[in-house]
Ligand binder design. Structure first.
Ligand code: SAH
Ligand code: SF4
Ligand code: F3S
Length: 447
């Protein structure tokens, strides 16, 4: 009888969780599990959760409750919950979904095969929430079970040492731990040699990465030079840690994309200070000007958070103004959600839900207006695009060095490079056509 156990992994949340999901599948495959593309008929379903906003928690818990129906077909099914909700709200998972057999924390990934074995043999929920920092927390550099064959994430660090007053990530992920440069470079080389075209170095605050005298700027240069990967990106950059060295590396290394995700959160210095962000609105804008000078045409994206306790109309109007002043090509916009284990959760909220929704709505409108104005400059111009896959409604989906997605009607090979002329725009996504069938050589011009 075949006694291979089958597992299905479901991942919510940010790129860090997504990468953890890939690492988990490597681990489980290495331990002899069959990785199933669907939850049907599996012995184990693993859910990696996100706790950044209440909405994310509710969504993950809803999915977990829904998964319990698979227990009708297989009463021995083990549902295992990991990620940031597991780390911060294990009791809530036990209360709302008592059938969950294993709850494991964000530093326990490497123990999962043994934990699954233990939980399958137990009638009680197994809890494993220690925040130990094991030396093998990020595992060996390999291609592993990455599903995407063109673009890859490489985790350079875990955790966050900042204490933004609204944010649960530091308690969900623990303090910063940096992965050795040698391993990061090795992984980038392996991926480039295997034909990957795009690498994104990821961490909650990548600019804080360091190893002895080496800082993130130097790491970035070495990855760019030693891997030769055509498109190199990195997220997330905290404005207070973005050094001139990184800006210089971006300007000088041909293969570092001229695109930066630089979360602003608020355009009001007063709110930024209450958030504990460590920079003023003016400092942020000065940083943007330095970037624009070093990298003319750089694409800037950001995160904006509305409705923080005490945010006045005037504070909010400063955020709206900053969208134009920067200007941002796109932004992720969020409504403040009080989180347990954060200092801001002790502040009473000063805005009603309706007021928060209204501010979010007008912010989204402004972001889209500005994104569209930015994109107008791209209309009629040609850019080199990397084809990432088929587009939803036919044709292909590509990505420019600026990070913009571009849809073309032609069906092109995944991983190929084409010269595309932009003939239609929206607030973020572009549309274009491929004027000649000759494939592009990889970008010679950065913007
Ligand atoms: N490390 C990144 C962000 C991680 S969380 C950084 O420092 O920028 C991603 C985004 O979620 C944040 O930038 C913030 O805009 C948003 N966010 C975090 N906590 C939130 C909360 N309590 N309510 C609403 N949005 C939040
Ligand atoms: Fe959260 Fe701030 Fe750390 Fe980003 S830098 S993860 S917002 S605490
Ligand atoms: Fe969410 Fe955890 Fe990432 S809270 S945003 S999955 S670090």
């Amino acid at each position: 009888m075949d006694n291979t156990l089958s597992a299905h992994i479901i991942t919510y949340g940010c790129q860090m969780n997504k990468r953890d999901g890939e690492i988990l599948s490597d681990l489980l495959a290495g331990a002899g599990f069959y990785l199933s593309p669907t939850p049907q008929g599996c012995d184990v379903i693993v859910v990696l959760t996100c706790a950044v906003r209440e909405h994310a928690v509710v969504r993950a818990l809803g999915r977990i409750k829904d998964l319990s129906r698979h227990r009708r077909d297989n009463p021995n099914l083990l549902i295992a919950v990991g990620g940031c909700v597991a780390q911060t709200e294990a009791e809530r998972i036990q209360e709302e979904a008592p059938f969950v057999g294993l709850i494991f924390g964000t530093s326990q990934l490497h123990h999962l095969p043994q934990l699954i074995e233990k939980a399958l043999a137990s009638t009680q929920t197994v809890l494993s929430l220690d925040t130990e920092t094991s030396p093998d927390y990020l595992f060996a550099p390999t291609i592993g079970n990455r599903k995407n064959t063109v673009s890859a994430f490489i985790a350079v660090m875990r955790g966050c040492n900042n204490k933004c007053s609204y944010c649960i990530v530091p308690s969900a992920r623990g303090p910063e731990r940096y992965r050795p440069a040698e391993e990061i470079i090795e992984e980038a080389k392996i991926l480039a040699d295997a034909g990957y075209q795009q690498i994104t170095l990821i961490g909650q605050n990548v600019n804080a990465w360091r190893e002895d005298a080496m800082d993130f700027a130097e790491l970035l240069r070495r990855v760019a030079q030693k891997s030769g990967i055509p498109h190199l990106r990195f997220v997330t950059s905290h404005p207070k840690n973005l050094s001139d060295g990184v800006i210089k590396a971006m300007a000088e290394e041909e293969n570092i994309c001229p695109a930066l995700h630089l979360p602003l959160q608020s355009g009001s210095t007063r709110v930024l200070s209450a958030m504990g962000r460590g920079y003023t609105a003016e400092e942020y804008l000065r940083l943007v000007r330095r970037l624009q000078k070093a990298l003319p045409g750089i694409a800037l994206t950001t995160d904006l958070l509305v409705g923080f306790p005490g945010e006045t109309e005037d504070d909010f109007s400063r955020t709206l103004r900053m969208v134009e002043e920067a200007p941002f090509d796109s932004a992720f916009t969020f409504k403040y959600s009080p989180r347990k284990h954060t200092s801001a959760s002790e502040l009473s909220e000063t805005l009603t839900e309706e007021e928060k929704v209204a501010r979010l709505q007008s912010l989204i409108t402004r972001v889209q207006e500005v994104g569209r104005i930015q994109n107008r400059k791209r209309l009629g111009k040609s850019f080199t695009a990397l084809i990432e896959g088929p587009a939803k409604r036919g044709g292909s989906l590509g990505r420019l060095a600026s990070g913009h997605p571009i849809i073309v009607p032609e069906e092109l090979a995944v991983g190929s490079w084409v010269e595309v002329e932009v003939n239609d725009i929206s607030a973020w996504t572009l549309r274009g056509r491929v004027p000649s069938s000759a494939p592009a050589k990889k970008a010679t011009s950065k913007i």
